[in-house]
Ligand binder design. Sequence first.
Ligand SMILES: [Fe+2]
Ligand SMILES: [Fe+2]
Length: 195
Amino acid sequence: MALKDVLLDELRDMYSAENQLVKALPKLAKGAKNPTLKQLFTAHLEETKGQVERLKQVFAELEEKPTGQHCNGMEGVIEEGKEALEKDETGASFDSGLIGAALRTEHYEIAGYQACIAMAKTLGLSTAVSLLTENMNEELAAANKITAAAQPILKESAQQPEEPKKPKSAKEKYSAQKSKEDEKKAAPDLKKRAS
Ligand SMILES: [Fe+2]
Ligand SMILES: [Fe+2]
């Protein structure tokens, strides 16, 4: 497979990821309690719509169609965000969960754009490089804004009393079981680690 085909796969993944975020960001915005955070998610939704358009321009430039690949990675990251939205935490602690989910999303996108930009540069696709760089810069700025907005929210959350432990839901039990399996599977390899 030529590098251009690898790039097209990556770009189609990004296109799917951005489209998934067009649907997911309003849920984060609706869920956020803190007005600054709410406003950030809403503003980034608008940017995301613009990013979808830029990706379409990249595909037009390459004379290829943007669909063809669903981004499973982003689906998983968004699923984690859904879990944060389902938590019974209140106020700043609830928002702290959303901040974690949102930062994962932004950094997943940044990683994707970094790979695409490096490939497009290697192939000498200068228009694609500049369009993708615009998208990446918006992701970097979004991550920075979320981190800045997080400061007072995390401080407030640290002041909240600890909630009494509630019985786990079926989903939480399944997740806990899977995490134990993750640990068990890794254990033999961890043992082999040179100390
Ligand atoms: Fe994006
Ligand atoms: Fe983003």
